[in-house]
Write a protein that binds this ligand. Structure first.
Ligand code: ADP
Ligand code: MG
Length: 153
């Protein structure tokens, strides 16, 4: 179920998350609006994925993305969050984020400590970087999907 829908192209507005402190951990995650999340295939597996992302009509960067269940809503509501592997000068709430989700890294896990969580995410990021350097994955970086028409952000 993780791979069947891949590559998956999706775009939508970046909204405020739940302030779980991702940014404080050095790993900010841009949250998609409910509208985008609800349009996701319902059987796409929860877990961590890698792919490409761009904000507005900016450059295309490597990313890791999590599909998960939000405890805030008693786990009935899915959330989709993208960490772009790039340092941005400013936040980009309200902007249009475009992503292509290419591959699955792992399922969601519980971690015994914050250190364990952070080091798992750092491994996810390294895995994403390696995978995305493969020629078949680099190809998608140039996909027309990322070239938005003029005047449409
Ligand atoms: P929230 O709970 O509102 O999602 P986060 O701590 O997860 O807060 O921070 C996410 C926000 O940080 C994004 O919506 C975006 O505006 C900003 N941001 C800055 N750099 C990045 C990045 N490299 N990847 C994702 N979001 C980033
Ligand atoms: Mg977030």
């Amino acid at each position: 179920a993780a791979m069947r829908h891949l590559p998956y192209f999706c775009r939508g507005e970046v909204v405020k998350g739940f302030g779980r402190g991702s940014k404080e951990l050095g790993i900010p995650t841009a949250n998609f609006s409910d509208q985008v999340v609800e349009s996701f295939p319902s059987d796409i597996s929860a877990g961590i994925y890698y792919g490409w992302a761009c904000v507005g009509n900016g450059d295309v960067h490597k990313m890791v993305l999590s599909v998960g269940w939000n405890p805030f809503y008693k786990n009935i509501k899915k959330s989709v969050e993208t960490h772009i592997i790039h340092t941005f000068k400013d936040d980009f709430y309200g902007e249009i984020l475009s992503v292509v989700i290419i591959g699955y890294i792992r399922s969601e896990k519980n971690f015994s400590s914050l250190e364990a969580l952070i080091s798992a995410i750092q491994e996810d990021i390294e895995e994403a970087k390696r995978q995305l350097d493969l020629p078949e994955h680099l190809k998608l970086k140039e996909d027309n999907f990322f070239h938005l028409p003029e005047g449409n952000q």
